[in-house]
Design a protein around this ligand. Structure first.
Ligand code: PMP
Length: 345
């Protein structure tokens, strides 16, 4: 990896971040707060939240077996993706490399930040070779985006190829693990010490059942996390979200139970889908959804909408012609989908 100073945009490296009232005073003993122009009456949301989310980070650090200084918390992992662009990529000059197809926000954030987005199409098994991505990269390539398990294909990316990239690429490798809790592949969190250029993304939106609270996590070495913290809005994670996330961590056993049930349902759904006359193929999945190639994606999508069932059409995405992406729901929801498709003609 190049020295961090060379990778980070110089204006960001030099940036003096905004110092909020709650940044400047963070001790516990004071009882009268006249420093932040808040309303003193307890609503109970009258006080600004902890800008660095200490209690929540301590809790997550424990669960994930990392140090709190290795964690950035964002308004969804989408915030972390955008901050990575703003930290490393000079608009109009730098570029990033990503696999295709993959999660759509990498390209949207690239476009918003005026960064060229270079892609390498996955092979027929939805896998990639590190060398093919490296061939697309040049001295202005700051980030490489990987997503494992990948969205919308559902499969784990080849671990060894990810390691090859981490060892060879001189910039930052972002491994988006939004769906890792549904996969039997080991998280790259365990490799943070080995690879200073690794950023792992995870989220409370999927297995944790908290898409509404908007909480995403980026894990990296403390220097990279320090840069992310400099850029973020001072109070980017609101108090209700911090509280709710801490409550959820107390229900970790329940989350594990959901995952187990969803994995059983996934096995059943894949098996049942293969019997449907409108289903041509189900791609292997390591996530809480699967990609299926059907006889006529548009017609089936519309047919299901008519019955009040919404799936995701990926018909217009590279390598996904006539494909639908199906999220695993509750057993009754899954049954309703199967019943509807059995009567599709
Ligand atoms: N990464 C991937 C691969 C996703 O599929 C999604 C959401 N669909 C996200 C990140 C964004 O998650 P969040 O809700 O944490 O912003």
């Amino acid at each position: 990896m190049k020295p961090l100073k060379e990778l980070v945009r110089s204006n960001i490296w030099e940036l003096k971040p905004y110092s909020s009232a709650r940044n400047e005073y963070s001790g516990k003993d004071a009882s009268i707060f006249l420093d932040a122009n808040e309303n003193p009456y307890n609503t109970p949301n009258n006080r600004y939240p902890d800008p660095l989310q200490k209690e929540l980070k301590d809790t997550i650090a424990n669960i994930k077996n990392v140090q709190p200084e290795q964690i950035f918390l964002g308004n969804g992992s989408d915030e972390a993706i955008d901050i990575a662009f703003r930290a490393f990529c000079k608009p109009g000059i730098d570029n990033v490399v990503a696999i295709e197809p993959t999660y759509g926000m990498y390209k949207v954030c690239a476009d918003i930040n005026d960064i060229a987005y270079r892609t390498v199409i996955l092979d027929k098994d939805f896998q990639f070779k590190a060398n093919d991505l490296l061939k697309e990269a040049d001295e202005n390539t700051k980030l490489i985006f990987l997503c494992s398990p990948n969205n919308p294909t559902g499969n784990n990316l080849n671990c060894q190829e990810i390691i090859n990239l981490l060892q060879t690429f001189q910039g930052i490798v972002i491994v988006d693990e939004a769906y890792i809790d549904f996969s039997d592949q080991k998280s790259f969190l365990t490799c943070l010490h080995e690879y200073p250029n690794l950023v792992v993304l995870q989220t409370f939106s999927k297995a944790w059942g908290c898409a509404a609270i908007r909480l995403g996590m980026a894990f990296s070495n403390p220097e990279v996390i320090g840069i992310f913290n400099k850029i973020k809005y001072p109070y980017n994670i609101n108090r209700l979200t911090q509280q709710e996330a801490i409550q959820m961590t107390h229900k970790y056993h329940e989350v594990k139970q959901w995952i187990q049930t969803l994995l059983e349902e996934r096995t059943r759904m894949v098996k049942e889908f293969k019997k449907l006359s409108c289903c041509l193929h189900v791609y292997p999945t390591d996530a809480n959804f699967f990609l299926t190639n059907v006889t006529d994606a548009k017609r089936i999508y519309d047919y299901l909408v008519d019955k009040g069932i919404i799936v995701r059409s990926r018909n217009n995405i590279t390598l996904c012609k006539n494909c639908l992406r199906i999220t695993i729901g509750t057993r009754p929801e899954n049954d309703a989908l199967l019943e509807a498709l059995k009567s599709y003609r």
